[in-house]
Design a protein around this ligand. Structure first.
Ligand code: SAM
Ligand code: SF4
Length: 349
C-alpha cells in the first residue's frame, strides 16, 4: 500500500472537549457514523464472505449499552447521521433495543437520521418496528432478480424473502434504496430489470464498485467492472440527468429521465471520493476505523472501561480522527490488486 501523507496540524487539532466538533487533520468535519452491530450474517455473498468465515468471539461483541455510549459521544461531536450495519444487523437479537435507544437522539434533535443497511432476508419481520422507531430510509442489498442466481451469489439466500421484505418496508412507509454490487458478467444482464423493479416501486438504485476487501477466494480482477465505464454504457441507452442529491454518503446520483427514478454510482476505485469524506466506522467489537481503505484502527474498549465519564472515550476518538488518512488506495487492474485483508462484513457498507 502506498504511503499516505500525514495530516497537517490544523487549527482544530487542539479542540478536545466532548461536544466540540469532530474535525480531522485535513479539515473535514466528521458528521456520519457507520456503526456495525455484528460481524455475523445469514448469507455468504461471494464478494464479501467466504462460506466458512470465522467470526469474532461473542464475548468481544459490544453490548447495546456500549454501542449506544459510543454513538452518543459521536453525536455530541456533531455526527448527524448514523447508519447501522454489519454483517447483517437484523440477525442481532437485541438490534431493535439499540434502535430504540438511538432514536432518543432523533427526538432530542441531536441526530437527523438513523438508517440501516440490510440484506433484506429478515426485513418482513422488522420493517414495521424500524419505521415505528424513527427509521425513514434503509438500504437493501440486491444484485439480481433471478432466484437461482441470487442463491448462487449469496450462497443460499432466498430472493422471495428479500422481495417480501421490500414490500413490507414500502408499505410501512420506509424509503428504500437498492444496493447492487456491479459484478462483471452479472450487472450487464441484470441492470435493466433491477432498474425497472426499483423505479417501478419508487425506490432508488445504487451501483457499487467491487472493492478488494478481504480474502473471499473470489477473483477480484474478474469480478471488477469500472463504474465509470459502465456509466458510459448506461448513458448510451438512458437519459441520465445530473441531480444534486448526495444524502451525506459517497454515491453520486443522476435521475433517469425515462423512469423518473434516482440512480446512484458508488465508485471508490474509478472515481475516488475521499476529498469530502465525512465518515468513520466503528466495528461491533469497538474498533474505530477512520478509513475503510486502510488497515489501521483504534480500540475504543479500554477507554469504554476506563471510567463512567466519557472523557477517555472522547479523547481516544479525537486522537484517531486527527490521524484520519487523506484517501484510500484501492486498486484493481491488470497489474494486480491493492486491497486490504479485512472483509466488508466487519464494518458494513
Ligand atoms: N448485510 C448487509 C447488506 O448486505 O446490506 C450490510 C452489510 S454489507 C457488508 C454492506 C454493503 O456492502 C452491501 O451492499 C454489500 O453488497 C456491500 N459489499 C460487501 N462486500 C463488498 C465488496 N467487496 N465490494 C463492494 N461492496 C461490497
Ligand atoms: Fe452478509 Fe451483507 Fe456480506 Fe452479503 S454483503 S455476506 S449479506 S454482510
Amino acid at each position: 500500500m502506498s504511503k499516505t501523507p500525514s495530516p497537517p496540524a490544523g487549527p482544530t487539532a487542539t479542540s478536545s472537549a466532548v461536544g466540540d466538533p469532530l474535525i480531522d487533520g485535513f479539515g473535514r468535519p466528521v458528521t456520519y457514523l457507520r456503526l456495525s452491530v455484528t460481524d455475523r450474517c445469514d448469507l455468504r455473498c461471494t464478494y464479501c464472505m467466504p462460506r466458512h468465515t470465522i467470526f469474532s468471539p461473542r464475548k468481544d461483541q459490544l453490548s447495546v449499552e456500549q454501542l449506544h455510549r459510543i454513538a452518543s459521544v459521536f453525536v455530541a461531536g456533531g455526527v448527524r447521521r448514523i447508519r447501522l450495519t454489519g454483517g447483517e444487523p437484523l440477525v442481532r437479537k437485541d438490534f431493535m433495543t439499540l434502535v430504540k435507544e438511538l432514536s432518543r437522539h432523533l427526538r432530542g434533535g441531536g441526530l437527523e437520521e438513523i438508517t440501516v443497511s440490510t440484506n433484506g432476508s429478515l426485513l418482513a419481520r422488522f420493517a414495521g418496528d424500524l419505521a415505528d422507531n424513527g427509521v425513514r430510509r434503509i438500504n437493501v442489498s440486491l444484485d439480481t432478480l433471478d432466484p437461482d442466481l441470487y442463491r448462487e451469489i449469496t450462497q443460499g439466500g432466498s430472493l422471495q424473502a428479500v422481495t417480501d421484505g421490500i414490500d413490507v418496508a414500502l408499505s410501512a412507509g420506509l424509503q428504500v434504496r437498492l444496493n447492487t454490487v456491479a459484478l462483471r458478467g452479472v450487472i450487464e444482464a441484470e441492470f435493466e430489470r433491477l432498474l425497472a423493479y426499483a423505479h417501478g416501486r419508487g425506490m432508488s438504485l445504487a451501483l457499487i464498485e467491487t472493492m478488494p476487501l478481504g480474502g473471499t477466494g473470489a477473483d477480484r480482477v474478474r469480478q471488477y467492472l469500472s463504474l465509470g465505464e459502465f456509466r458510459r454504457e448506461v448513458s448510451a441507452r438512458w437519459t441520465l440527468e445530473p441531480v444534486p442529491e448526495k444524502n451525506g454518503g459517497p454515491a453520486s446520483y443522476v435521475r433517469v429521465a425515462e423512469t423518473g427514478g434516482l440512480l446512484g454510482f458508488i465508485a471508490p476505485l474509478s472515481c475516488n471520493f475521499c476529498a469530502d469524506c465525512n465518515r468513520v466506522r466503528v466495528s461491533s467489537t469497538g474498533r474505530l476505523y477512520t478509513c475503510m481503505g486502510h488497515e489501521g484502527s483504534r480500540d475504543l474498549v479500554p477507554a469504554l472501561g476506563a471510567s463512567d465519564s466519557d472523557a477517555a472515550l472522547n479523547a481516544t476518538i479525537r486522537a484517531a480522527i486527527r490521524q484520519k488518512p487523506e484517501r484510500h488506495d484501492f486498486k484493481i487492474g491488470r497489474q494486480g490488486v491493492v486491497g486490504i485483508g479485512r472483509p466488508m462484513s466487519v464494518l458494513g457498507g
